[in-house]
Design a protein around this ligand. Structure first.
Ligand code: NI
Length: 387
């Protein structure tokens, strides 16, 4: 094992260069054509067989010295519709598109792991599948199509990691069991009756209905969900009206719900619909509620999580592996862990001294690249230990 991990150190410069190349050429969800071609070209250079399960995204397959278990490692490859504000030599060359979540780093680290695992394939048995998955950022996520295309067929266990700018470089965090949330989206369209701002009695004002509805929705978490269960209902956008003296004909609310429990998820969906319908009826308005299931809750298999944790401890030192608190963010890796035992690790990349302290999805998000080699080692050791 130590010889294999030493080999990672020799390619650390390449991993950084790949990350920078990807960073300067970001592509949005389902448009990752150049990224896919780049990854596929590297995998072929390393002598790795490739498959294209979906129009973008690629899977590499490495067979070891003999039959055995099959382990999958996954990286997401897409970028975000954000204008980069970092002034770095490798800044995005594409207006309005940026790797602001670190998926460039995930892709580069998995390429590094692929190269080392292929180089040393005579030393291990079984099969390793490398999933370079598109469209993590677009719920319900590219994992859905990847799974439908069969990427998990024969897979005994799966592991993945996400860089985290709020975890200091040199550290990692993981938790067995539930760690990320069901993250769904809702749209409520209220149909009222427009009119003159001076004659509200002749109209049905959707702005007033929308305002009442926003407050009524708060009672779902405060009065309907069992208080020992975490849950969030957030209305993130209200659209209506054009000017000060006209009562508009409609209003639209956009929002998200978050929770950990499957039954709470159904309760949130049901109560949203019920409260929206009744609030509108009370005012004589009507509405249409659309509830879109996004990412399911991410539940780490305790066994795989322990292997990941041990790998991180071996690479970073046991004192640097933290217990991750559950968070109400969403991640499409959860689709994999609902089907095969899997776990997901957070790799610290934060470093205030070099300006890598902005949150994910921020125009100045960046990461401490010295974490990349550690990430590759953790992936390599995890894959070999899971075999
Ligand atoms: Ni991400």
């Amino acid at each position: 094992m130590s010889a294999i991990l030493d080999a990672v150190q020799e390619i650390a410069g390449d991993v950084r260069a790949w990350r920078r190349h990807l960073h300067s050429h970001p592509e949005l969800s389902y448009q990752e054509h150049e990224t896919t071609a780049f990854v596929e070209a590297r995998l072929r250079e390393f002598g790795i067989e490739t498959q294209r399960p979906t129009p973008t995204g690629v899977v590499g397959i490495i067979d070891g010295a003999g039959p055995g278990r099959t382990v999958a490692l996954r990286a997401d490859i897409d970028a975000l519709p954000i204008q980069e504000e970092n002034d770095v030599p490798y800044r995005s060359t594409r207006d309005g598109v940026m790797h602001a979540c670190g998926h460039d780093a995930h892709t580069a680290m998995l390429l590094g792991a692929a190269r080392v695992l292929a180089q040393h394939r005579s030393r291990w048995r079984g099969r390793i599948k490398l999933l370079f998955q598109p469209a993590e950022e677009l719920p319900p996520g590219g994992a859905v199509q990847f799974i439908e295309a069969g990427v998990l067929d024969g897979v005994d266990a799966i592991a993945g990691l996400h860089v985290m700018s709020n975890v200091p470089v040199g550290k990692a965090a993981i938790r067995p069991g539930t760690v990320m949330a069901h993250a769904d989206k809702f749209t409520i369209e209220i149909e009222g009756k427009g009119g003159h701002g001076a004659a509200p009695h002749q109209a049905c004002d959707p702005v007033v209905v929308a305002s009442q509805l926003v407050l009524n929705l708060q009672t779902i978490v405060s009065r309907r969900v069992n208080p020992v269960q975490p849950a969030v209902v957030t209305v993130g956008a209200i659209e209506s009206g054009t000017t000060f003296n006209v009562i508009p004909g409609w209003a639209r609310l956009l929002g998200t719900t978050r929770c950990f429990d499957d039954q709470v998820r159904e309760l949130l969906r049901r109560e949203l619909e019920r409260i929206a319908q009744h609030t509108c009826a009370m005012a004589g308005a009507t509405c249409r509620v659309e509830y879109e299931y996004g990412y399911p809750a991410l539940v780490n298999d305790p066994g795989v999580a322990q292997v990941l944790r041990d790998a991180a401890a071996a690479v970073l030192g046991p004192e640097n592996v933290l217990d991750q608190e559950p968070i109400l963010g969403g991640e499409d890796f959860a689709h994999y862990t609902r089907r095969v035992p899997g776990a997901f690790l957070f790799l610290g990349v934060g470093n205030e001294e070099i300006g890598a302290a902005y949150p994910h999805h921020h125009p100045r998000f960046n990461l401490d690249e010295s974490a990349l080699a550690s990430g590759v080692k953790i992936l390599v050791k995890t894959a070999l230990d899971l075999l």
